[in-house]
Ligand binder design. Structure first.
Ligand SMILES: Cc1cc2nc3c(=O)[nH]c(=O)nc-3n(C[C@H](O)[C@H](O)[C@H](O)COP(=O)(O)OP(=O)(O)OC[C@H]3O[C@@H](n4cnc5c(N)ncnc54)[C@H](O)[C@@H]3O)c2cc1C
Length: 408
């Protein structure tokens, strides 16, 4: 039998190494990292110390090839270590495998010229710079990038770009942006209207208007006004009219990388739910002995089990060069919904404590909410899945190929 649900020993060892690093080093440093991120004077250098330790443990950039300083894990192994890293809020950041930089690294690696890789990818991999990815605009539906209005016009060996973006994660403090703008008036297909540009930051014509305050507070998701921004032609990334393709290329594996991190969060929420249910006593028994609570636990466990299988299978398909679009869409939709469901149930079982900031669940729930519409809304993924199911049925007379194409 070729089906084997175990990881090879080296991957399991990397997973356990990540788990120990999170437990022993990252989690105990959370308060200090928060203080450092907030610019408080009492802590300096905590992130550098942890990043050095991550390098020593060979956990630095698990997603990048060794020649770029990473651990060179494939998608399945990456799922194992990313889920462990995400059990603490700073884990993915410490190992330099977080959104949007992680997706930007893949994009530059695949689409960048040697010069672009040298100037932008190298420092990103060394952890000396951060970046952002600017696609979404307030005036048009982000779900349909063909509606994009930000516009780039060629002027000699430069482009002049005008437009408006928002929710650009990590924009403050980024050394460069990958910016998508409309450049073609009459493309063969609507998807070929946009081009990606690498923008050195800060730049004249790139104005960070504000950090958009979200229901979870301000987290450096910025609104940007772009007026007369000049970008050299050499900074076109991936070719003229290739912006949509590049965005989709970036988003496929990046969506799954989000799912990998969410698995860690879901497991944390379920662990907390069970710990609370087994220790809280009410009406003559522990909460874990009440059927109403058992259902919350079992539904969460079933959904998490499905989520893990879906992520592993989608990763397997990417790793083996198989078409992965349907599987990644299904996984993104299911894992995001499961994240929301399980954290919400954990809040329920914790009662007032779950609603309070004394527990991490409140923050986890607020963060979980965006997972259901960012990087493809639930409805868009369901629409795409349905399209492919119908297509498979028309082609093969059965929907089998569009349900994971499994040997069942
Ligand atoms: C925390 C966070 C970080 C983000 N980071 C970035 C970033 O770094 N860079 C960036 O460019 N963007 C970023 N975004 C934006 C994100 O990518 C968009 O929110 C997403 O693409 C959806 O676009 P929209 O918000 O314009 O919603 P819309 O496209 O207006 O959609 C709103 C809702 O309409 C429904 N809908 C839309 N189209 C359809 C359809 N065809 N069929 C059925 N229903 C539909 C869905 O329910 C959807 O949720 C971020 C967003 C968040 C919340």
């Amino acid at each position: 039998m070729a089906i084997d649900f175990t990881f090879p020993p080296d991957v399991e060892e990397a997973r356990l190494r990540m788990r120990a690093f999170v437990d022993d080093d990252v989690r105990p440093s959370e308060e200090r990292l928060l203080a450092e991120a907030a610019g408080r004077a009492d802590w300096r250098g905590e992130l550098d110390r942890l990043r050095l330790r991550a390098r020593e443990l060979e956990l630095w950039m698990p997603h990048m090839p060794p020649e770029w300083g990473g651990a060179g894990l494939g998608p399945s192994a990456l799922a194992a270590v990313s889920a462990e890293a995400a059990k603490t809020r700073f884990g993915s950041y410490v190992i330099n495998c977080f959104a949007p930089d992680e997706g930007n690294m893949h994009t530059l690696l695949h689409w960048g010229t040697d010069d672009q890789k040298n100037r932008y990818l190298k420092p990103l991999c060394e952890g000396t710079t951060r970046s952002c990815f600017a696609m979404t605009e307030p005036e048009v539906a982000g779900s349909d990038p063909t509606l994009m209005r930000t516009r780039g016009v060629p002027h000699g060996d430069e482009w002049v770009i005008d437009g408006h973006k928002w929710f650009i994660s990590g924009a403050r403090g980024a050394s460069f942006a990958i910016l998508l703008a409309r450049t073609e008036d009459d493309p063969e297909v609507p998807q070929a209207a946009t081009t990606a540009f690498i923008v050195d930051l800060p730049a004249e014509g790139w104005d960070v208007v504000r950090d958009v305050e979200t229901m979870a507070g301000g987290h450096n998701h910025c609104e940007i006004r772009i007026e007369g921004l000049r970008v050299p032609d050499a900074n076109v990334l991936g070719g003229r009219g290739q912006g949509h393709r590049l965005g989709q290329y970036r988003l496929g594996p990046a969506r799954l990388a989000h799912c990998m991190r969410w698995l860690g969060q879901i497991e944390t929420a379920l662990d907390m739910m069970v710990a609370r249910a087994t220790g809280r006593y009410s009406h003559g028994s522990y909460l874990s002995e009440k059927q109403g609570i058992q259902w919350l636990i079992s539904e969460s466990a079933i959904e998490l089990y499905q989520a893990k299988l879906m992520v592993l299978h989608a990763a397997y398909r990417i790793e083996h060069g198989l078409d992965f679009l349907t599987e990644v869409s299904m996984a993104k939709h299911h894992v995001a919904t499961t994240l929301w469901n399980v954290v919400d149930r954990a809040v329920q079982v914790h009662g007032a404590l779950g609603y309070s900031k004394d527990s991490p669940l409140a923050d986890m729930l607020l963060q979980a909410r965006w997972s259901r519409f960012a990087d493809g809304a639930d409805e868009i993924h369901k629409w795409r899945v349905a399209e492919r199911v119908v297509e498979a049925w028309r082609r093969d007379g059965t929907t089998r190929a569009a349900t994971g194409d499994l040997p069942l």
